[in-house]
Each structure stands twice: as C-alpha cells, then as structure tokens.
Ligand binder design. Sequence first.
Ligand code: AMP
Ligand code: MG
Length: 331
Amino acid sequence: MDEVICLGIESTADDLGVGIATSEGAILANEKSTYTPERGGIHPREAARHHSAQVGSVLDSALAKAGVGPKEIDVIAFSQGPGMGPCLRTGATVARALSIYLDVPLVGVNHAVAHIEIGRLATGAEDPLTLFVSGGNTIVTGYEAGRYRIFGETLDIAVGNCLDVFAREAGFPYPGAPEVERRALKGERFIPLPYVVKGMDLSFSGLLTSALEKLRSGRYRVEDLCMSLQEVAFSMLGEVTERALAHTRKPELLLTGGVAANRRLQAVMRAIAEEHGAESYVVPLEYALDNGAMIAWTGLLAYLSGVRTPVEESLIRPRWRLDEVEIPWLR
Ligand code: AMP
Ligand code: MG
C-alpha cells in the first residue's frame, strides 16, 4: 500500500498544534503556538481567539517543515475532545474546512487516546499500563478487549492543574509547574499535606487548598512546600499506578502527558516498574505536552482501521471519555 499522510490539529486547551505523520510512523512536522494568559488560568474564549489568529501560520510552517504540499495530504485529523469548548470548536472548524476543500476524509481523535498512542510510537512500548498526566487529565489506563480501560482517575482537578495553580499563587511565571520542580530540588523539610486516594481514584483539590493555605501563611519556605506538594501528589499517583500494574500484570509502564516532563515523577514511575519487573517508558519531551503530531498519528491509526468522521458527525465532544473509544488497531 502507498504511504498515507495525515495532518492533525490539536486545540483542546492552550496549545494549538499542527502535526503531519505518515503511515510508516514518521513524524514529518510538529509545529505549535501556545496561548499565554496575561493573568490567571486559561481563558477558553481568549485561547480560542489565539488559535484562530495563529492557525494559518502554524499550518504553513508545518507543511513547509514536512516538505509536503496540501494536495499530498490524504487525511485530516482533529482533536474532537475532551477539552475546552471554544478551543475545540476552533480546531474542528479548520479541520472540517480543510477536509472539504482538499476533498479528503476527516477523522475525529480522542485527545487522551492520542497521548497514549504518541507515547507508544515514540518509545516502542506495545501494551503498557499508562499514566497520563497533564493540565486537564489524570488517568491510569491500559488496553483490554477493544478499549483503553480506566483503572483510576482524578475525582476533581488534574495533577498538572494542581501544580500550576500553586505555582501561580507562589508568583512563578506561567506555566509554573516546571518552576515548582526546580524549587523542589532545594526543599529540605517535608511538610505534611493531605494525601487523598479513594479506592483507585485520586483527589487533588484538598491537597492544593492546604498547600495554598500554608503558602499564604508565610510560615514555610516555598522550596519546602514545592517539594512536599510534589512528593504527596506523586506518591498518590504512584500508589494507584502500582496497584493497577500489579492487577493487570502489564509488562510495560508508560508515563505520558505534560507532567511526564517532571524528573521526580519519572523516577517514581521507574522505581515502580522496576519493582514489578516491567519495562519503564517516558514519552520524549517534544511529545509530552499537547501537540499536533499525536493527533496526526492517532488519526492515521484510526483511518487505517476504517474509522471516518463525516462532517455531520464531527461536533466537538468536550466530555468525551477515554473508555468510550473503540481501539480497532489493537485488536
Ligand atoms: P498538557 O496539558 O499536556 O499540554 O500539559 C501541560 C501541563 O504539564 C501543565 O499543567 C504543565 O504545568 C505541566 N508540566 C509541564 N512541565 C512540567 C514539569 N516539569 N513538572 C510538572 N508538570 C509540568
Ligand atoms: Mg496544554
């Protein structure tokens, strides 16, 4: 079969990404533009405005980087959900227009599936238990009988969001989680904070509230708070991931999503994998944060399995759950 080329658009939150992937598993381009809020967190409509203003130039640079012309694109993929409505709508609108104009099929991709698939592609993991951690998601998942099953997830905010909000209140520049990681290295004294695991699920809002109270009290070194916040949050993730690994007996453990950039979390996951005789994998940095390449690659996998998303079924799905998606390419 001839090589198939897919262009993917990611726009679930602050990142607007355009990636180009081939059926050989090559990533030809992975360009992006990220919206930075002037203050506070991501404002969905402002982010969407950023995405529509930038999408032309990000598309141009992705095509130029890949060295392919629009006529060589065989499939258009887009992140259909989950994510922020206005942001998703912007990407979906561009994807529909391209699909109609180029007269090629459209494929709606689940954002969480894409984080897992790019992790598998980039690391060579085949059937991993996956911890997917980002600004909007915290999920422990693994493939079983046609779908990525959810073994554990957050009941409230995502771990990335917890770190980001703490960082913002501490006055760190946006996005703050990497600065929390740097400061944590200078932490000396562990400050007890609420550790909340309920069954296989996690809750980070109590941990965040307590860390913020201690921060505002001015009675603690911020480095100690950064270290303690990370240690508690990552221990919680470790507990649930380890239990899922022991239960599923998966031979591999994959860490993916934006928070996978964190060295301390990588070390926690490595130790757990080692303990259970599993191979440990971490998605490379360029594919850790939201990106277009993961949408292009997952769109290709779906397309090659016969999945199509007719325009009339391409409405965005802001609450589309990972375990609702059929994964025919792993059968
Ligand atoms: P994503 O939602 O996949 O684009 O990932 C963004 C999230 O990753 C944000 O919550 C970031 O704060 C988080 N992140 C990025 N770098 C790090 C890091 N070094 N440690 C922890 N979280 C990080
Ligand atoms: Mg993002």
